[in-house]
Ligand binder design. Structure first.
Ligand code: ADP
Ligand code: ZN
Ligand code: ZN
Length: 652
């Protein structure tokens, strides 16, 4: 099999025994190219389907001295190919190190830790109950639903330890390994040689080496991000999926798999326990807890002396500064007490838009249909989608006016406002602009934990699972920034982000405070988040999804066609549309719907026009069967690219 969108396997000659080739990567010629392929089957005779007049080519060379995958992984690849509508080769290359470049964030692991103990702790009653439930049967599907700081990690670790004692293996999934330093350290100290850490800063050969340790049974506890779900453990007893709601569990490239779905699939194959956990479960997971298909285990208290913080909602409509008066007061008071502050804003850059104040002209990316963001330090306007940059114009190209300026603000502007407010404070900004250099993120986090920094300001990065004992104030600069995205999950994303960020305050002392700035104080999402009304949020969100027929009450497949010429893109998308329409009508399904084709919310990206459609159906199976046939029967247009996304997480 090759990493190509081709659905068939190829046959080659090999002078040697099956044991030397099976489960390995090889180099072979396909057409005129030399490619890496995967040996999925060896036999002494050519397969009967092969035409007898074909001359078979030899395999050039075998890459791996030992197998890198086994029949279980091939089975998983077949399942992925069917589920996510990709080729078997594409599935295999996503699974096996060396197949595909890993897109997960870069890590490296310095600094000391506080918070999590290196030795097992005596559990609270709730934790004890959770561990017992998980261990009560060799297999099962659980959800550890516990507020931030309620000690979910210790439950995972003790369940892992018990599973290891049974002689079975564990996969421990985290959203980003670089932000999970604490857990990694604990695992190294408690499980030592039996553990393997798969992080994306490993070189190719280190990765393969870890892979072999796992395949041979030497390492039986594997921790890593999304792709660690493919770890070739021979006998899995437990799969942990921490921070289940995180969108990084979904792959952004073909095959667009979701680690949660693969965890459930693989747990089933191995007869293992699957345990997910979060303080803010996804709406889908909540629905499954309601139905009982996921068994819910509750943790309701903070265990290390903290309390759930109070959240104050502040209306900042009409305010110029990024810091309203309450937040200013809060920051001053917190620093005076010698405590630390986290400020959160989901926007990078200085000014969000740059435009002409006389005629209103704004500046868009030349390659994408999005506005450019003003970055003051670079003195550039930057496209956050493709990276295009241009100097800041001094004169409006439309009307000649000199009255150009920005509106809205990003983290860079907040940093400046903070600096003006408390000039002596040590401020660290963490966003993808400031952490591009390797190690900056890890060092920043370590410095903040050690109290060398007073104020940590950043995007999502500061919201994810980090525990800092000294933090007593969390400021959410603009809670609405993700509320109106063109995505049916925008309420869910906003709600869970606020809840997660707020959870960074007061983990270890009862004086935590959150100040939430918003332009929509009356919006039900803001009210529910501020009131920590999770039950209310899920109830209302599920009602509205039911009414609109969105997941979890339907499954979605998104098809996006992109290419340089809008005419051809549209034409091809319309043909797919009518093909789907025709086939679906023939299937007599009870409920399905096709939305589009329409311009995607970002109609042009990197000079590619993008047209998409959504197929909603109560059942996915018929679509998964019909689509590959339909797409391969269509006349090819090599100037276009068609993306198929099953259960899409992003609609942009
Ligand atoms: P969560 O993952 O639920 O947000 P953590 O697992 O990070 O929470 O735990 C928060 C803190 O509580 C950690 O510092 C941890 O060491 C501590 N903790 C966990 N369990 C216990 C316990 N049984 N007794 C005392 N402290 C605990
Ligand atoms: Zn103008
Ligand atoms: Zn762009």
């Amino acid at each position: 099999m090759f990493n190509r969108p081709l659905d068939s396997a190829y046959t080659y000659l090999f002078d040697g025994s099956a044991e030397e080739a099976e489960g390995r990567r090889v180099i072979a010629t396909l057409g005129r190219q030399k490619l890496t392929g995967y040996v999925i089957e060896c036999s002494p005779e050519p397969p009967p389907s092969l035409k007898s007049d074909i001359t078979l080519k030899q395999i050039e060379r075998i890459v791996d001295p030992q197998p890198v995958f086994d029949s279980e992984l091939i089975g998983m690849a077949r399942w992925m190919a069917k589920s996510y509508i990709c080729s078997l080769g594409e599935a295999l290359s996503a699974m096996i190190p060396g197949g595909k470049r890993d897109k997960e964030l870069a890590p490296a692991l310095p600094g000391e830790d506080e918070g999590l103990r290196q030795e097992p702790i005596s559990l609270s009653d709730e934790q004890e109950h959770a561990v017992q439930q998980i261990l009560s049967a060799p297999r099962g599907q659980y959800y550890l639903y516990g507020i931030t700081g309620s000690g979910k990690t210790e439950v995972f670790l003790q369940a892992a330890e018990a599973t290891l004692k049974e002689g079975r293996g564990i996969i421990y999934l985290v959203p980003e390994i670089s932000l999970t330093h604490q857990v990694v350290q604990v695992i190294r100290s408690r499980f030592g040689e039996q553990s393997a850490v798969l992080h994306s800063s490993l070189t190719q050969s280190q990765r393969i080496a870890q892979w072999r340790r796992i395949l041979s049974g030497e390492a039986r506890l594997v921790i890593g991000a999304r792709s660690a779900i493919f770890a070739p453990l021979p006998d899995i007893g437990l799969i942990i999926l921490d921070e289940e709601h995180e969108s990084s569990y979904k792959s952004g490239t073909t095959p667009r798999y979701h680690a949660r779905q693969l965890a459930l699939y693989r747990g089933g194959v191995h007869g293992a326990r699957v345990v997910m956990g979060s303080a803010t479960p996804s709406v889908e997971a909540w629905h499954h807890m309601n139905k009982g298909t996921l068994r819910r285990l509750d943790l309701t208290r903070r265990l290390s002396g903290g309390a759930v913080p109070e959240i104050r909602v502040v209306n900042v409509k009409g305010s110029d500064s990024s810091l309203g008066s309450e937040l200013r007061e809060g920051i001053r008071a917190t620093l005076k007490e010698g405590k630390q502050v986290i400020l959160f804003l989901n926007r990078r850059g200085f000014g969000y838009f740059y435009h002409c104040r006389s005629c209103g002209a704004d500046f868009s990316c030349t390659r994408c249909s999005v506005s450019l963001t003003f970055h003051k330090s670079k003195q550039k306007l930057v496209c956050h989608h493709c990276g295009y940059q241009r100097p800041v114009p001094q004169v409006c190209p439309e009307c000649g006016s000199l009255e150009l300026g920005y509106s809205g603000f990003g983290t860079e502007k907040v940093a400046q406002d903070v600096e003006e407010l408390v000039p002596s404070a040590r401020v660290l900004r963490l966003d993808t602009d400031s952490t591009r250099k390797k190690g900056v993120l890890e060092k920043g986090i370590a410095d903040f934990r050690q109290g060398k920094i007073d104020i940590l300001l950043g995007t999502q990065m500061v919201a994810k699972g980090l525990n800092f004992p000294g933090v007593s104030l969390v400021g959410i600069i603009l809670a609405d920034s993700s509320l109106h995205l063109p995505d049916f999950r925008s309420y869910e994303k906003t709600f869970s982000l606020i809840t997660q960020v707020a959870g960074r305050a007061g983990r270890y002392s009862p004086d935590g405070r959150v100040i939430l700035q918003t332009l929509n104080p009356a919006h039900h999402i803001i009210r529910q988040a501020a009131g920590m009304d999770l039950e209310g949020f899920y109830r209302r969100e599920l009602d509205s999804r039911r009414e609109l027929g969105f997941p979890p009450f339907s499954r979605i497949i998104r098809i996006l066609v992109r290419g340089r010429e809008p005419g051809r893109v549209w034409e091809y998308a319309r043909r797919i549309h009518s093909g789907v329409q025709e086939t679906m009508e023939g299937l007599n399904l009870d409920s399905w719907e096709i939305l589009g084709p329409s311009e995607s919310p970002i109609p042009r990206l990197n000079n590619n026009y993008r047209v998409h459609m959504l197929i909603l159906s109560s059942r996915l199976g018929p679509l998964q069967q019909m689509l590959p046939r339909l797409l391969s029967s269509m006349k090819k247009d090599y100037s276009l690219y068609t993306e198929v996304d099953v259960d899409p997480q992003s609609m942009l």
